[in-house]
Design a protein around this ligand. Structure first.
Ligand SMILES: [Zn+2]
Length: 171
C-alpha cells in the first residue's frame, strides 16, 4: 500500500457524516503536494485507557486525562485524526484543514491532533430521484389530510407541520 492509500483507508474510519471533510482534506493536500502520514483515527476504549494509564507508569511529557471510559477521546467518537508532517509543517496542514471545518485545537500540547467535531455534517447526497419521491410523499400526505376528518385530521395536520412546516390551504 502506498502512503496515500494508507491515509485514505484510515480516513474512512471517521464518522460517516464527517468523512467527506477528511477525504477533501487529503485530496486538497495531495494537489498542493503537502505530504503527511495519518497515524490514527479510531481508537478503542481499551487503547485510550492504556494511553491514559501509561502516563502514570512512564511519567512522559505527553499526558491525557481522558481515561477512555468515564471521559472519552474524540478518537473514540471517530471525530479525530492524528497526523505527522512529511514535507511540510502543521501550519500548512492546518490551513488546508480549516477550509473544511477541521480544527487543529492543541497546536502546542498535542500537535498531531486534528478534530472533526466542528465539521458540517453531511449525510448521503440527495439525488434528483430522491427529491422527486420526497415531493410525491408530501403530496400523498396532503391528500390523506384532505380525505380525513375529526381527530385523525388534526393529528395528520400536526404531523405534517412537524415534518414540512405550515400545510397548504386545505379545501
Ligand atoms: Zn489525537
Amino acid at each position: 500500500m502506498t502512503l496515500d492509500e494508507q491515509n485514505a483507508a484510515r480516513i474512512e474510519e471517521l464518522k460517516p457524516d464527517v468523512r467527506w471533510a477528511g477525504r477533501a482534506w487529503l485530496a486538497e493536500c495531495q494537489r498542493l503536494n503537502i505530504k503527511f502520514r495519518v497515524s490514527e483515527v479510531y481508537r478503542s476504549p481499551e487503547r485510550q485507557h492504556s494511553l491514559w494509564a501509561s502516563h502514570f507508569v512512564h511519567k512522559g511529557p505527553w499526558r491525557t486525562d481522558l481515561d477512555g471510559y468515564k471521559k472519552k477521546s474524540m478518537h473514540q467518537l471517530r471525530l479525530a485524526a492524528d497526523v505527522y508532517p512529511i514535507n511540510c509543517t502543521h501550519f500548512d496542514i492546518a490551513q488546508v484543514a480549516e477550509q473544511f471545518g477541521i480544527t487543529h485545537p492543541f497546536p502546542t500540547q498535542d500537535p498531531p491532533h486534528y478534530q472533526f467535531d466542528k465539521v458540517a455534517k453531511q449525510t448521503a447526497p440527495v439525488t434528483p430521484h430522491m427529491r422527486l419521491s420526497a415531493e410525491a410523499e408530501r403530496k400523498q400526505f396532503v391528500a390523506a389530510i384532505k380525505r380525513s376528518a375529526g381527530k385523525r385530521r388534526s393529528d395528520l395536520i400536526r404531523r405534517y407541520r412537524n415534518q414540512y412546516g405550515t400545510p397548504p390551504l386545505l379545501d
